[in-house]
Each structure stands twice: as structure tokens, then as C-alpha cells.
Design a protein around this ligand. Structure first.
Ligand code: 5AD
Ligand code: SF4
Length: 463
């Protein structure tokens, strides 16, 4: 009999990927995804620990779910298995069990391939199953093939974990040390996705450009080489990767941006701060000038490349001059988009112990100033596309009937009036209007079939 599975996901794209894989692991046990937690047989909260606010949400959500769990039990409609997964589970597993003993399973990002065993234990026993080990085996060797198609645009995890230990960040503690999936496993999975209709693959990793693996010829491949191999897959039109560290951008990966047409001209390359003093305190191991030089090299090989970044304001000890250096870097580099965060002290990380914490009002003022600058750059970037025609991968229906929504090569959301048969294909669209967060366009009439099936359209569009 089919059981209802509700998964709520917070945080990064890796969590989105993990949630889909959890559903795959649970499918043979009869669990089918549903859109609402009411009456579900299992609810999984896949959590994020990166900033305090993200973690806080978990406990308030658990309070709401407890009521649904009790209602199901009272209605004698079976047991709702309540699970907390992801990085909060990894970092605060014991606290969750203590504060919310009605939670049945608590497990970290590296153990969800053992979900069937955990479910068996949770169904039998009272009390919570806590599984926050870093097992010696890789979950990727045990996960089943993807049960459901991810659709035209898919994620593929190639790397996980982090050894960089930026002093503000929990990832090395919650996701564990850097691990690269073997190249052959990745290529098999990519081919399977494409055979199932995927046209765009986003390679995922906390430190995706630290990926390395053994090639069939015995040499060690880096991400640039892997991307070249993926580009050989017939029908795969677009390749992206995220998130990268500036220190791991090697020559081959930079070259791939010059001559792999399927590699989209958009790169998320977080710098965090423009001040060398703060970058050193963050343990980033690169200077602001190192980053500028890297951007110059990337744009040297591909002038069309658009960049995005993450920034933290109010890192301990950040002075007005340090913050001014960040604004200066942003002004010089020019971003298509960026994410700005107020520094949030995370338990167990070195920066949380610093005494020179920046007051909240200063953090807030800096956030506003940076967001204003970034916002203006985003508007200018988007405005620059008005009147241009570019290939859009329509992957969703729009909010209004007759409208489709898709992505440009530069990650912009683009909507256009379009026939539904163009869903899941790549179509030339002329941009008529730019808003801060999206573009509006019109489908350029012509031979849709040729644009929809031409894997090298992006090169033509760029040339
Ligand atoms: N406080 C604020 N922002 C953080 N990030 C990571 N840790 C923290 C923290 N403690 C941001 C970084 C990272 C992004 C995913 O989240 O900018 O690149
Ligand atoms: Fe966190 Fe730094 Fe690793 Fe990125 S590189 S995951 S910010 S420790």
C-alpha cells in the first residue's frame, strides 16, 4: 500500500538534491511524495545550519508537526514518523532528541542511504533513532538509481564536504571532509539523466571545483576535464557548477569557460569580503587582489562570463574601512547577482569565539548599503539584455495561463507567452523588458525544432 511522504527542504541546492535522493531510497518501501504534511506517514525536515535563523526554523516547524502527528494517532490512522535530517540534525542531533522527544529519527547528510534500517527501527521501538555518524562507506555507493526524473534541468552531486575551514562556517563540521565521487559514476548518472530528458545539468558540491577523480587513462582529472567529458554527451545542452572556491579555479577549469560551449557563462564565485585583513581572519587563504586577478583571467577567456558572489557583512572585527574595501571590490568586479548575509555566529566555529563582534545595527546598515549596490548592479546587468535575443530553457509553466518560465544562459528568470509544447525545450527569446529579478520576452518565431534540439545553441547565441 502506498504511504505518504512529505519532505520539507531548507538551505542549499545540495539539500534539494539530498531530499530527492531520500525519496528514491524510500520509494521501494512504498513511500510516495505528497505536497502537504497533514496525514502523512512520514515527514522529513531536511535542515540547514549555515546561519542561526535557518536553524531556528526547525524547532518552530517541529512544534506544528507534533500537532499533526498527535491528530493522526488520535484518528487511529497509523503512526506519523517524524524525522529531522540535514545539517541541523548533524550538528544538534542530541539536542533535538532532548528537546523534541516525539521526533522518531534524526540523521545527518551522510547516512540517509540507511533510511530503510532506520525506518524499521523507528517503527518498532519507542524513542528516537539518532544516526549522525560519518560512515566509512560513501552513501553514493548505496543509493538506488534515481526513481523519478528530475526533469529538463537536473542537479548532480559530484563532490561533498569541505576541508577549507573558513572560520565562520559550519559546513566542514556538518558535511564532513571533502569527498569526490568517481568520474565513471558521475558520467553514468549524467547519461541516465539525459536519456530521461534532462537538457541541463548543474554539478553540485560544497566545494565543487575541488572535485578530482581518476580518469579511465589513470590520470587525475579535475573539474574542467570532467566538464569536457560531460560535454560529449549527446543531447546535454547546458552544464553549470556550484559552489566554487577561488583557490580551486585551476587552468583547465578556466579554459573550459573559453571553449566548452555547453558550459554556461555564469559563475558563482563567492569572495565573502573585499578586505585582506578580514579575508585572513576568515581563513579564506586568498587576498582581494588574488580574486581580482582570477576574475580578470576568467573574463579574459570569456568576456561574456557573468559572476555572482556571497558576502558576509559584520564579520568579527570588520571596521568601516574593511567594509569600504568590500564595496570597492563589488564596484570594480560588477556582479550579475549576489547574496549578502549578516555574520551569524555559529556554535563550534572559531569566529564565534571572537570578542570583537560587530553590533547588530552596524551589521544591518552595512547589509543595506551592500544590497543597494548589488541591487543596482543587478538591474543594470538585466537592463543590458533588453532588445537582445537569447536561448531560454523553458522548464516551468508561468503564473499566468499561456506563459512559460525559463532560464537564460546567465541564470536570469525569463517569462514569455509561449505555446505549451515549448515546455522543456530551448527556444530563442527576444528580451522586451527587464525587472530586478526577472526578464520578460517574446518567443522569436521560426524553426522551434532546430533550436530545441541543437545542443550547441549556446555557442551560436554567444558568438
Ligand atoms: N554567517 C553568515 N553567513 C554565512 N555563510 C556561511 N556561514 C555564515 C555565517 N556564519 C554564508 C557564506 C557562504 C554562504 C553559503 O553562506 O557567504 O558562502
Ligand atoms: Fe564553508 Fe568556506 Fe568550506 Fe565554503 S569553503 S563550505 S564557506 S568552510
Amino acid at each position: 500500500m502506498s504511504k505518504k511522504l512529505f519532505i520539507k527542504t531548507w538551505g542549499c541546492q545540495m539539500n534539494v538534491y539530498d531530499s530527492a535522493r531520500m525519496a528514491d531510497v524510500l520509494a521501494p518501501l512504498g513511500y510516495r511524495p505528497v505536497d502537504e504534511p497533514d496525514g502523512a506517514d512520514m515527514v522529513i525536515l531536511n535542515t540547514c545550519h549555515i546561519r542561526e535563523k535557518a536553524a531556528d526554523k526547525v524547532f518552530s516547524e517541529l512544534g506544528r508537526l507534533r500537532i499533526l502527528k498527535d491528530e493522526k494517532a488520535e484518528a487511529q490512522d497509523g503512526k506519523m514518523i517524524l524525522a529531522v535530517a540535514g545539517c541541523v540534525a548533524q550538528a544538534e542531533g542530541e539536542e533535538i532528541v532532548a528537546r523534541a522527544p516525539y521526533v522518531d529519527m534524526v540523521f545527518g547528510p551522510q547516512t540517509y542511504h540507511t533510511l530503510p534500517e532506520m525506518v524499521a527501527k523507528a517503527s518498532r521501538a519507542a524513542g528516537s533513532v539518532l544516526n549522525t555518524d560519518f560512515p566509512a562507506e560513501s552513501k553514493f555507493d548505496f543509493l538506488p538509481e534515481e526513481a523519478t526524473s528530475q526533469g529538463v534541468s537536473a542537479f548532480l552531486a559530484v563532490q561533498e564536504g569541505c576541508d577549507k575551514f573558513c572560520t565562520f562556517c559550519v559546513v566542514p563540521y556538518t558535511r564532513g571532509s571533502e569527498f569526490s565521487r568517481p568520474a565513471d559514476q558521475i558520467l553514468v548518472e549524467a547519461k541516465r539523466l539525459v536519456a530521461g530528458g534532462t537538457r541541463e545539468i548543474s554539478l553540485l558540491g560544497q566545494n565543487v571545483n575541488a572535485w578530482h577523480g581518476d580518469g579511465p587513462d589513470g590520470s587525475t582529472w579535475g573539474l574542467g576535464r570532467l566538464i569536457r567529458e560531460l560535454a560529449e554527451i549527446d543531447g546535454l545542452a547546458r552544464i553549470r557548477y556550484t559552489t566554487s572556491h577561488p583557490r580551486d579555479m585551476d587552468d583547465e577549469l578556466i579554459r573550459a569557460h573559453a571553449d566548452v560551449p555547453q558550459l554556461m557563462p555564469y559563475l558563482h564565485l563567492p569572495v565573502q569580503s573585499g578586505s585582506d585583513r578580514i579575508l585572513a581572519a576568515m581563513n579564506r587563504k586568498h587576498s582581494a587582489d588574488d580574486y581580482r586577478r582570477l576574475v580578470d583571467r576568467l573574463r579574459g577567456v570569456n568576456p561574456d562570463l557573468a559572476l555572482s558572489s556571497d558576502f558576509i557583512v559584520g564579520f568579527p572585527g570588520e571596521s568601516d574601512a574593511d567594509f569600504a574595501a568590500t564595496l570597492k571590490l563589488v564596484t570594480e568586479v560588477g556582479y550579475a547577482q549576489s547574496y549578502c548575509f549578516k555574520y551569524s555566529p555559529r556554535p563550534g566555529t572559531p569566529a564565534a569565539l571572537e570578542s570583537a563582534q560587530v553590533p547588530e545595527d552596524v551589521k544591518e546598515a552595512r547589509l543595506q548599503a551592500l544590497q543597494q549596490l548589488i541591487g543596482a548592479q543587478q538591474v543594470a546587468f538585466n537592463q543590458g539584455f533588453v532588445g537582445r535575443t537569447m536561448p531560454i530553457l523553458f522548464d516551468r509553466k508561468g503564473r499566468r495561463p499561456g506563459q512559460l518560465l525559463g532560464r537564460s544562459p546567465w541564470m536570469q528568470s525569463v517569462h514569455a507567452e509561449a505555446n505549451e509544447r515549448l515546455l522543456n525545450s530551448i527556444v530563442e527569446v527576444r528580451i522586451d523588458d527587464a525587472r530586478p529579478n526577472s526578464l520578460a520576452g517574446s518567443v522569436v518565431t521560426g524553426d522551434y525544432a532546430s533550436t530545441a534540439h541543437n545542443p550547441v545553441h549556446a555557442l551560436e547565441a554567444r558568438a
